[in-house]
Write a new protein. Structure first.
Length: 102
């Protein structure tokens, strides 16, 4: 089955290997090894990155989040901006790809 990948990301798809998801520690290690020598992704449209926390479910801790916003976007207006949510966390609670930039 084919998939319509974002044109900015399509050239990365062939580099993705099958990860051993039955062993999450091995999958994390394989993922880090797979990306260790790749160049830093540079988006066509620059983004601001900031770390924040949002309320968790009632009687739980706040949830750390990383917010990516297109530079110059008016986020507190009626402008519509697409959003994506990904949940990635190491067993110690840090983000899989390290601390937030910015």
């Amino acid at each position: 089955m084919s998939y319509a990948f974002d044109p900015e990301l399509a050239h990365w798809v062939p580099m993705i290997t099958d990860l051993p998801f039955s062993d999450m520690a091995a999958a994390r290690g394989a993922g880090k090894a797979m990306t260790a020598n790749l160049p830093m992704y540079e988006p066509d449209r620059p983004v601001d990155v900031r770390a924040a926390v949002v309320p968790g479910p009632e009687d739980t801790a706040q949830v750390p989040v990383r917010i990516y916003t297109p530079v110059g976007a008016e986020v507190h207006t009626a402008e519509h901006i697409a959003a994506a949510v990904q949940v990635h966390q190491e067993p110690d609670g840090t983000a899989v790809d390290g601390p937030a930039a910015g």
